[in-house]
Ligand binder design. Structure first.
Ligand code: GLU
Length: 381
């Protein structure tokens, strides 16, 4: 199967590992390399694409700034090193992007921010706003508060969750190796690069050794895990070498890499998940005007809600029914049941005033809503 072209993607997450970004001997960011990468990012951005960066390096940079000896750090040492290094890391990304007139914002996430729906909606709406403002979010794990039990630990899987959470259509993992090989290339001269993976099968998983480089945690195994997360949510992924200058331009020019393709697209995959996998916790009965608005592809506003049943929290799945009780669709509700009761039937400006917030007042945003077709809900099953 041939692979798509870089220019066909609309929202791209680029994951940069510590060993690419940081010169281990000098303990500093490789400035020339970073500038070349950012030039590539700027040209993709200028063409109208949304770009998100997942950057590692906080622990490695903190370690060098604090002049810590090499060797394994204790948990509290790596948390403290990350606190020091993250400042430097964010600063260098902001400064380099700024040279191209691109603004940036730092987002530090924990495992729970991406796994719990309630918090996931918060992280996602902040990222969406930054993208709307044409900024490039720079994302890392919040290593200073993440303990072993509750952390990703590797930015490969974190980047895959960020990509699926933001409905990115491509995730690029820049690595110290140019793709997935049939066997570890260092040990086996006959190892061949696999240009396209159509499905992450057990054979593919078996090809990923446990290799880890000195500075980064993820080896090929976490990259394959990332591929599973990404492709099952409709995001294509690719692994390419970041050891060259202008690595994204090299991909665009058809350079060596491994593509992991998905048959789905992120919006349909997400909607299938909402419609088919989540247990609804409540029901919203809406009026005829709101039914028409939903059929026209709009979000559900508080004004259209007539009655609320059930007990749900923000981010839970709910069923939406018309005045006659007929199911119109399902979605993730943006308010818990107490607040939803307070604002039902009210205009968006009243709702904002009642809740003491300004801005977002949709009860269910259209991206989180699956409207049933004439034959009922398309669950894709
Ligand atoms: N979040 C870690 C850091 O910034 C890196 C994790 C990884 O190397 O994948 O230092």
């Amino acid at each position: 199967m041939s692979h798509p072209k870089l220019k066909n993607f609309r929202r791209i997450v680029v994951k940069v590992g510590s060993s690419l970004l940081i010169d281990a001997a000098a303990g500093e960011v490789k400035t020339a390399w970073l500038e070349a990468l950012v030039a590539d990012i700027a040209s993709l951005h200028k063409e109208g694409r949304d770009i998100l960066i997942v950057s590692s390096g906080s622990i490695a940079l903190g370690r060098s700034k604090l002049k810590l000896s090499s060797g394994t750090l204790k948990l509290e040492e790596s948390q403290a090193a990350a606190a020091v290094g993250q400042i430097a890391l964010a600063r260098i990304w902001a400064k380099t992007l700024e040279q191209h007139g691109i603004g940036t914002g730092q987002i530090l996430v924990t495992l729970q921010d991406t796994e719990e729906r309630r918090r996931y909606l918060n992280a996602r709406s902040t990222i969406s706003k930054l993208l709307e403002w044409r900024a490039v979010p720079v994302i890392n794990e919040n290593d200073t508060v993440a303990t072993n039990e509750i952390r990703y630990g590797d930015n490969d899987r974190l980047a895959a969750r960020v990509a699926t959470m933001t409905s990115a259509d491509l995730l690029i993992l820049l690595s110290d190796i140019d793709g997935l090989y049939t066997a570890p290339p260092g040990a086996n001269p006959n190892a061949k690069l696999i240009p396209v993976v159509d499905a992450v099968t057990a054979d593919i998983e078996a090809m990923a050794g446990a290799a880890e480089s000195e500075l980064s945690r993820g080896g090929m195994r976490t990259k394959i895990e990332a591929a599973k997360i990404a492709t099952s949510a409709g995001t294509h992924m690719l692994i390419a070498s970041g050891k060259i200058e202008h690595p994204l331009k090299a991909i665009a020019d058809g350079g060596r890499c491994t593509w992991f393709l998905t048959p789905a697209n992120p919006v349909t995959a997400r909607k299938r998940w909402i419609a088919g996998s989540l247990e609804p916790k409540g029901t919203l009965i809406i009026d005829a005007g709101a039914v028409a608005a939903l059929y026209a592809g709009k979000s559900l506003l508080p004004a259209g809600i007539v009655r609320i049943d059930g007990d749900f929290a923000r981010g839970d799945a709910v069923i939406v029914r018309g005045p006659d009780g007929h199911e119109i669709g399902r979605g993730l509700v943006a308010y818990d049941v107490e607040n939803a009761e307070l604002i039902k039937g009210r205009s968006s400006s009243d709702a904002a005033r009642i809740l003491g917030v300004s801005g977002r007042t949709e009860m269910i945003h259209r991206d989180d809503l699956v409207v049933a077709g004439p034959r009922g809900l398309e669950t894709g099953k």
